[in-house]
Design a protein around this ligand. Structure first.
Ligand SMILES: [Zn+2]
Length: 229
């Protein structure tokens, strides 16, 4: 059986890389200066570069099951996502943090069912979305959609527990964006905190700058920030 992956690697080096050579040279010489930390679900159907029209050097990307944000206090043990948030804030000084969930999310669906006994780490990780779960026995598509969106807002709230995030949000040098990507429509719905709902990007006036839009006078997250719908 031919090794398809090695073929792809060679094709990248020979065919695609030459088009990017100068850009990568600059990014190496001058270092990366991404303006956005993108926290997205690991789902293979969510392709951040496609969604945002970005390329090399643009996004500092961290992905995990559910697009969850672990607690800042480290109580849950090792967390690559927490480390990435700290690095993005303290070293890269990003100006935006996007939390991007999506439709048909297996991580969110798993909150309504059982995880395999051997998946100890996964079971613990999913608890970071537990608060978003709605009190129904059998979740239909609409409940799952709402849960996916509630989970995004929950992660934005948890981001605010990171002191370096809160300080910069309150200083209006950082904005938080909650996104829910509907795979089958190819459209992101952005969280509009003023109205407590997600709005399709085609009808939204902004990219979902949450309660902390640049110039916004809001200084703290509404404790009831998780939409109740
Ligand atoms: Zn997912």
């Amino acid at each position: 059986m031919p090794d398809e992956l090695i073929e792809r690697l060679r094709r990248f080096h020979d065919d695609a890389f030459p088009r990017y050579r100068a850009q990568f040279r600059t990014l190496v010489d001058e270092g990366q200066r991404p303006t956005t930390l993108f926290i997205g679900c690991s789902d293979s159907r969510l392709v951040p570069y496609l969604l945002t029209g970005t390329g090399p050097g643009d996004l500092f990307l961290v992905r995990n099951v559910g697009a969850f944000v672990p607690p800042y206090d480290g109580s849950a043990g090792y967390h690559g996502t927490a480390a990435a948030i700290e690095f993005a804030m303290l070293s890269l000084q990003v100006q935006r943090i996007v939390v991007c969930g999506h439709s048909h999310c297996g991580g969110i669906r798993a909150l309504y069912g059982e995880t395999p006994a051997a998946a100890r780490n996964l079971a613990a990780w999913l608890e970071l979305g537990r608060e978003a779960v709605l009190p129904v026995a059998e979740p239909g598509p609409e409940v799952l959609r709402r849960t996916e969106q509630r989970a995004v807002v929950l992660q934005l709230e948890r981001l605010m527990d990171y002191p370096m995030v809160r300080e910069r949000v309150e200083a209006h040098t950082l904005s938080l964006h909650g996104w829910h990507y509907v795979i089958e429509d190819g459209e992101v719905h952005v969280f509009d905190v003023q109205h407590g709902q997600f709005v399709p990007a085609s009808r939204s006036e902004h990219a979902g700058t949450g309660p902390y839009a640049m110039g916004d006078t809001a200084t703290g997250l509404d404790p009831s920030g998780v939409p109740a719908w």
